[in-house]
Design a protein around this ligand. Structure first.
Ligand code: ZN
Length: 422
């Protein structure tokens, strides 16, 4: 059995791994470099033997673009496997970004069901990550095995999945391909989703006026934290149409996640705040089904005037808090920024950094950063390595692969394109 990390040994993102065994070749993930979508065509790994065209299958771990953003570049004849949740989220992103939907057959991955391609076997395992239903892959062939973690953590709302993996380690295991995003980053201020929820509830309670939250509309764990914090603070959560749709889709298979018809959830579906999303929804009636009708049912949609009249009753989930804060003219406003703080680094995203700096400087405005990472801290990485006991631990999805040997005696540092034989 052989493996090659075509990209991802020395960066966070662009993950693409090839596994060869039993006369077959499969690929795990086909991701874009983070923040580099513009260069997509040039980023297709070029060192593949014969490219992807002769591969037996591609397995996608989750819906983040640094793991699946090259799907459009993958030849039509390659079977692509991914979870139903990932497929729906990829299509949702495409729909709202006015891009064509996936127009290729996607074969579903379901937990508990292995995929057999001749004598190579791929078993998906549920991972705790900020993308819902993220998967890791145990690949077995020729009496050998590897485990590819994809992205994971242990401190989210699927922490039990991580514990289950520790208690039921994949065997055999010649190599563990493990992500290391946080190897040199701290996650101590808010170590888990529970601490995020608690801090948000306090922020919303302390704010007499409008509260806004900026978070990923596809991070279901975070949306649950926001909803619970909102209710603890005695407020209603106001979603944009996009987030209401994501929760609608996810709720079809996960009954316990909040959605627009729940008590304490409203949708800002009128006026200029909703017009961009509304245009997308009204142009694709087949895709959205009866969502468009149901969102305007009594008790679901809320008019902006209601927020203006009683801003202290609501928490608004938004990606653009600046205009919202101006519009509602609330004397006091709290904005909770619930994404990675690196996004506000002026050397990475100057415009965004300036907008948030201006928001913070506005009289009566409070900007709080309340976030926990979607990735595993060093202790969690150690626990996984110790429980799975692979012969070698191969770091990827990290900017610090050369630090792994100081933390992990079985670390094997590879270069992009280097073949490792088990
Ligand atoms: Zn991810």
């Amino acid at each position: 059995m052989e493996l090659v990390i075509h990209r991802g040994t020395d960066e966070i993102g662009a993950s693409c791994v090839e596994v060869r065994g039993a006369g077959r070749r499969i690929f795990l993930d086909a991701g874009l470099p983070l923040d580099d979508a513009v260069d997509a065509p040039a980023c297709l790994p070029s060192r593949l033997p014969g490219g992807l065209s002769g591969a037996d299958a591609l397995f996608i771990s989750h819906s983040h673009l640094d793991h699946c953003g090259l799907l459009d570049q993958v030849p039509e004849n390659i079977p692509v496997y991914m979870s139903e949740t990932a497929r729906q989220l990829v299509d949702t992103s495409r729909m709202f970004n006015r891009k064509p939907l996936l127009n290729r057959p996607i074969l579903p991955l379901t937990l508990g069901n292995e995929v057999r391609l001749g004598e190579i076997v791929v078993t998906p395992r549920l991972m705790d990550h900020s993308a819902p239903d993220a998967l890791g892959f145990h690949v077995q062939a020729d009496g050998q095995g590897i485990f590819y973690t994809g992205d994971f953590r242990s401190h989210g709302r699927k922490g039990k999945a991580f514990e289950h993996l520790l208690q039921h380690p994949p065997k055999p295991l010649g190599a563990l391909l493990m992500e290391g995003t946080l190897l040199d980053r701290s996650n101590v201020t808010y170590p888990d989703e529970t601490s995020v929820e608690k801090a948000m509830a306090k922020a919303f309670r302390d704010e007499p006026g409008l509260s806004c939250v900026v978070c990923s509309g596809q991070n279901i764990d975070r949306l649950v934290s926001v909803y619970r914090a909102t209710r603890k603070a005695g407020r209603d959560l106001v979603l944009d149409l996009y987030t209401a749709w994501v929760l609608e889709v996810f709720g079809r298979t996960h009954a316990s996640t909040p959605r627009m018809e729940w008590d304490g959830v409203r949708v800002l579906a009128h006026g200029r705040w909703a017009s961009r999303h509304y245009g997308v929804i009204s142009n694709a009636p087949d895709f959205f089904g009866d969502f468009r009708q149901r969102v305007y049912a009594p008790g679901v949609a809320i008019r902006p005037e209601k927020l203006t009249a009683r801003p202290g009753n609501f928490v608004v989930k938004t990606s653009r808090p600046f205009a919202l804060v101006e519009e509602f003219k609330s004397a006091s406003v709290t904005t909770v920024y619930s994404l990675w703080a690196g996004n506000l680094d002026p050397t990475r995203r100057r415009r965004e950094a300036e907008e948030y700096a201006a928001l913070e400087a506005r009289p009566g405005s409070h900007l709080l950063h309340i976030h926990t990472s979607g990735h595993a801290d060093l202790e969690t990485l150690r626990r996984l390595n110790e429980a799975l006991r692979p012969k070698v631990l191969i770091p990827m999805h990290t900017e610090h692969k050369h630090k792994f040997p100081t933390h992990f005696p079985n670390a094997l540092v590879l270069e992009d394109g280097q073949v490792h034989t088990l």
